[in-house]
Ligand binder design. Structure first.
Ligand SMILES: [Zn+2]
Length: 474
């Protein structure tokens, strides 16, 4: 059996992965807060974990992996959007408008992640469907002295959990000094965090032993992972920005509510995404969503390729140049593997690279060495979620665009092939290659690859065909 090695944030080392139950390998990924379109940074963990799940299924069996990713559908940003819609005259209760907004956003999220070739998880729990389980967990924490109720709030007593801060390597006093905590009159200690908070009439709320209110963010992941994966599971993943406070708080809640469990054994954190060397931020004007890229006709397959071309533990820099190079490589491989049946197994070096702490960049570099073996190339690329039949429409769409402005592309290429063949024969007789070379370079400039061999001339449309230039050559 392939040995998978993963870097565990909890132990800060790369370790051999040994599932609690190889019959049911369990993984949880913190999902999106559904108030708006997913930005490109949100897509990184989704694509990375999609490859990890494929690897786990390859090693332990398709039916022996359970993958959970939640939707946070109760959040102040969602509430604010719903309230402003209601104030603008939208019909329905606030709860209706919230449900409408989150439903719409979940639809967008699915469409965008599907376009990146990411398989849907086995379970996609919505926080609002697990309110009762969250209340039960909070009641247990209060009964055991790890939490307390005050002024309509329930708060976690951070100093009751001695290992708090261990995951991110911080001490409680350092965290207080870092001033990342909110001081409030209802808190015993500034470090304590909210498990439940009261809702006024303008906010969604549920009845609870502490009055009408809504849950804090952290408790939802603890409650949902417990319900769907149990008190101990194998892998918990998420962006490095969630390590503190979100993941520290998840650990504290789960460890105190279920002291006999391990919660998550392995913690995987992916680094952040930058754009052209800069942090992605609305204020810098370089903030974009997955949908923005798809609308600019950057294929989902290209986005996936670029996201996988950097190791998940390194900051990822999105550049237009990388997207162009990815598009060129995918185009070439799709041409090479056209009509080819994939080999039964991917190249073992692809599996080896992935088993070594999910080295997706290494796996992609193997693909470049497989051009002489299209069947192997196809099987290996598909293992990474690339060159799949359902993701190749972008090639034909580009060619269809040429069809719409001139004669069908096949006719254009056939005409130009004939022209080039005639010029070649004439040049060989006259030893004057000027006209031949001029047409060759004009074709290259129009995005057509010219292949000349003893047997003849072949023209292959590349990924960036300039239809107008091409039209003038015929
Ligand atoms: Zn979470």
């Amino acid at each position: 059996m392939v040995e998978i090695r993963l870097t565990n944030t909890k132990t800060r080392g790369k370790e051999a992965f040994a599932p609690i139950d190889p019959q049911n390998v369990r993984l949880y990924l913190c999902g999106p807060t559904v108030y708006d379109r997913a930005h490109l940074g949100n897509a990184r963990p989704v694509v990375v974990i999609d490859v990890l799940v494929a690897l786990l299924r390859h090693v332990y069996g398709v039916d022996h992996v359970t993958y959970v990713r939640n939707f946070t559908d109760v959040d102040d940003k969602i509430n604010a959007t719903a309230l402003s819609r209601q104030q603008a005259g939208a019909p329905g209760t606030l709860e209706d408008l919230i449900r409408e907004r989150t439903q719409e956003t979940i639809g967008w999220y699915h469409a965008d992640m599907d376009a990146l070739g990411a398989a849907r998880p086995d379970h996609e729990p919505r926080a609002t469907d697990y309110i009762a389980q969250m209340i039960t967990m909070i009641e247990k924490l209060i009964a055991d002295g790890h939490a307390y109720a005050r002024d309509g709030h329930a708060l976690f007593r951070v100093r009751s959990y001695k290992d708090y801060g261990k995951l991110s390597g911080r001490s409680v006093d350092d965290m207080i000094a870092g001033a990342r905590v909110e001081v409030a009159p209802f808190k015993e200690d500034p470090m304590d965090f909210v498990l439940w908070k009261p809702s006024d009439a303008e906010l969604p709320g549920w009845d609870s032993p502490w009055g009408r209110g809504r849950p804090g963010w952290h408790i939802e992941c603890s409650a949902m992972s417990y319900e769907l994966l149990g008190e101990s599971f194998d892998i918990h993943a998420g962006g490095i920005d969630l390590q503190f406070p979100h993941h520290e708080n998840e650990i504290a809640q789960s460890a105190c509510a279920h002291p006999h469990g391990d919660f998550a054994r392995v913690w995987l954190h992916n680094e952040m995404l930058q754009v052209e060397g800069k942090k992605m931020a609305k204020s810098l004007g370089n903030f974009f969503t997955v949908r923005d890229l798809l609308d600019k006709r950057v294929p989902g397959e290209v986005i996936r390729f670029v996201l996988l071309s950097t190791h998940y533990r390194k900051p990822m820099d999105w550049t237009d140049e990388k997207a162009r190079a990815a598009e060129d490589a995918l185009w070439e491989w799709r041409v090479l593997t056209k009509g080819v049946e994939p080999a039964a197994e991917p190249d073992p070096r692809v599996i080896e690279a992935l088993a070594d702490d999910l080295n997706t960049a290494g796996a992609i570099s193997v693909l470049y060495t497989l051009k002489d073996d299209p069947a192997k190339l196809l099987a290996s690329a598909r293992f990474l979620g690339l060159l799949r039949p359902d993701m190749g429409a972008w090639m034909t769409q580009d060619l269809a665009a040429i069809d719409s402005v001139s004669v069908p592309v096949a006719d254009v290429l056939a005409g130009l092939t004939q022209q080039l063949t005639d010029l070649r024969i004439a040049a060989q007789e006259s030893k004057d290659y000027a006209a031949l070379d001029a047409l060759k370079s004009a074709l290259t400039e129009a995005g057509i690859e010219v292949r000349m061999s003893k047997t003849g001339v072949e023209l292959v449309a590349g990924p960036r065909v300039d239809a107008q230039k091409l039209g003038t050559l015929l």
